[in-house]
Design a protein around this ligand. Structure first.
Ligand code: PLP
Length: 407
């Protein structure tokens, strides 16, 4: 074979669509944390919405070891085993009174895959998708990857929807709105029921698909009224509900989520895409899911663990000079604003200022700068309290208190 050292130009480029993806700072920062830790540095990691190292609920462990004896190592039905989808359908009926036939339920490799399938199925190049801002970046990148255009509409000061602004943002090209509630990542807000009801009316009238991302549905810490879009048939026929086991069951590495819609038009392309992407879920994941699905104990124990950490943070973080916090009602992030950033700094420099001040402490404290969640959040920083141990949370607050002082 003739070796030509000069590579053909085809080997030095990629498809145009690859450049549509902006990417996330979270991955980059998570890598930096790993490197620092490997180099023996003392780091308190609040970067990604992951789970604590080595944390796995005892019932999940049992389901994993029991599944190893349950071998069914062939190709699986694309949307998930029939018995698993029936189990989920019954579970939704028992726990939420929903009537969702198994044919509408699709298991996916995490909620993130569901979002890709949904965008593949509904977003054309040039289609606009509305994102309340601040937002979770990967959802936006899914839209971009399919040639869609994200349109950002700021949430209000309490991270609630502003319907007037949303209505103004709707154009003839608007195809969908992404609604990450309860527990918006990064802010932890639960969008108000009345606002979501009104919004649903607008969307159904105007032909706008609602993409509900309910990854944090089981982690709501306050007795607020939670809108359940799946109880409305009109919404089910025109929208998607995406859910995940990653957060509620603390199984981010298992890669298990699901979504449902009752819109018959979308079912075929959704399944075809799911086949092309991954041929559904591995048999092992499905076997584990069928064992953990009925257990409320896993979710309740995880909920308690996250709530404890959340309560420490909402009590103490706002006492540190300069930090202002809207308490997260759900999810597992603190998203405080830092009020003492020098005025001379602009745009992302503002986020870098607070990020670097924390990163240069001893131990290093690592959050994600607010600009990663939209241009309106440059003065904010996100701390994922899921990934750090409770003692580390105490320690981080103490170290920050010493650095910034208490108010
Ligand atoms: C809002 C939101 N949706 C979806 C996901 C992805 O969840 P999964 O692990 O199920 O893919 C995340 C993960 O951080 C998230 O924050």
């Amino acid at each position: 074979m003739a070796m030509n050292l000069e590579l053909h130009p085809n080997f030095k480029r990629y498809a145009d669509r690859c450049s549509y993806i902006v990417g996330s700072d979270i991955g980059r920062i998570r890598e930096e944390v790993k490197q620092k830790k490997a180099a023996g540095e003392d780091v308190i990691d609040f970067s990604s919405g992951d789970i604590e190292e080595f944390l796995t609920h005892k019932l999940v462990r049992k389901a994993i070891s029991d599944s190893v004896n349950d071998i069914n190592n062939g190709y699986q039905p694309i949307a998930g085993r029939q018995d698993l989808r029936e189990q989920m359908s019954e579970f939704l009926q028992e726990t939420e009174g929903l009537k969702i036939s198994p044919k509408y339920i699709h298991f996916t490799n995490g909620a993130i895959q569901a979002l890709d399938l949904i965008c593949f199925t509904t977003v054309n190049p040039g289609s606009e998708v509305i994102f309340p801002d601040p937002y979770w970046g990967p959802a936006v990148d899914h839209v971009r990857a399919h040639g869609g255009i994200p349109v950002f509409v700021p949430l209000d000061r309490n991270f609630q929807l502003d319907l007037e602004k949303i209505e103004k943002a709707i154009t003839e090209r608007t195809i969908a709105i992404y609604l990450n509630t309860p527990g918006n990542n990064p802010a932890g807000s639960v969008y108000k029921k009345e606002a979501l009801e009104q919004l649903a009316d607008i969307c159904i009238n105007d032909g706008i698909i609602q993409i509900y991302d309910e990854a944090y549905r089981d982690l709501v810490y306050e007795p607020v009224e939670i809108f359940n879009p799946a109880t409305y048939d009109e919404i089910l026929q025109t929208s998607f509900i995406v859910r995940s086991f990653s957060k509620s069951h603390s199984t981010t590495g298992l890669r298990a989520g699901y979504f449902f819609t009752k819109n018959e038009t979308w079912l075929k392309p959704l399944r075809e895409r799911l086949l092309l992407e991954s041929s559904g879920l591995s048999w092992l994941t499905q076997s584990i899911l069928s064992k953990i699905l009925p257990s409320r104990e896993i979710v309740e124990d995880n909920f308690k663990m996250y709530k404890e950490k959340r309560d420490i943070g909402i009590e103490l973080l706002p006492r540190i000079n300069g930090f202002e916090l809207v308490n997260p009602t759900a999810g597992f992030y603190f998203f405080p604003k830092y009020n003492n950033i020098p005025e001379s700094l602009q745009g992302n420099e503002r986020g870098d200022y607070i990020y670097n001040r924390l990163f240069n402490l001893n131990p290093r404290i690592v959050g994600i700068p607010g600009y990663s969640f939209g241009n309106n959040s440059t003065d904010y920083i996100r701390f994922a309290f899921s990934v750090c141990k409770k003692n580390d949370l105490w320690k981080a607050i103490e170290v920050m208190g010493k650095e910034f002082g208490y108010s």
